[in-house]
Design a protein around this ligand. Sequence first.
Ligand SMILES: NC(=O)c1ccc[n+]([C@@H]2O[C@H](COP(=O)([O-])OP(=O)(O)OC[C@H]3O[C@@H](n4cnc5c(N)ncnc54)[C@H](OP(=O)(O)O)[C@@H]3O)[C@@H](O)[C@H]2O)c1
Length: 227
Amino acid sequence: MNNSHLLLSIAILGGTGKEGKGLAFRWAQAGYHVRIGSRSADKAITAASEIEKMLGEGITIEGLSNLEAARGADIVVVTVPYVAHRDTLESVKNELHGKILIDVTVPLVPPKVATVQMPAAGSAAQEAKEIVGDDVQICSAFQNISHEHLLDDEDIECDVLVTGTSKEARSETIKLVEAAGLRGWDAGPLENSVVIEGMTSVLIGINKKYGSTHAGIKITGAKHSTD
Ligand SMILES: NC(=O)c1ccc[n+]([C@@H]2O[C@H](COP(=O)([O-])OP(=O)(O)OC[C@H]3O[C@@H](n4cnc5c(N)ncnc54)[C@H](OP(=O)(O)O)[C@@H]3O)[C@@H](O)[C@H]2O)c1
């Protein structure tokens, strides 16, 4: 088996938070080189060592400023609240040329987080494209996966829909979805991210109404390559 993709390094901007830590845990466990990014390098180092302890001996994760994390990475993932989306991307955009950016952001507007509220660009992912420019491949993924699923070792039933600016970038992102122990589906161009980002508000509403914490989605009626 060709494991060369495991040499890739992944920066997670805002990786000190709930979703970012969960993804860091899953990818480090799968053998990727993970770089946690933060506005504060010290906070990133603390988060990295917390995740290392959960993983056990022999796995190291770096903690860096968002800028340094992005600078040394092959793939950059952004996991910050929507209010911090623009500033975070502006702060690293010069480090993204020629790379894949995976946007996990949901444009939630508190307090009405169970109501779909998209930005003028159409979605957070399309807004990311406007901010970072055309020489960055952008994918959108993981918006429908609760962090509660990611930080344990159990199988996750939910699927991940991946949209993006090219088929190649979607395919690379699907590899990371599968490395995280999830089933990834190519859901087409970045413009389709509006549906997936919007679905998160629907799932938040379902959690509230039905007393759950991690409702998700699953594609049925189509055969997946991993089935
Ligand atoms: N939590 C989930 O289950 C989940 C599921 C799917 C999608 N998402 C989406 O993923 C993104 C991250 O969610 P999360 O729950 O991980 O968020 P979070 O824990 O509240 O925040 C993540 C990180 O973002 C940075 N941050 C927070 N507020 C900021 C601000 N005002 N300005 C700049 N940076 C700020 C912080 O990093 P530093 O202080 O270290 O810079 C923080 O640790 C959101 O867009 C969310 O909608 C979350």
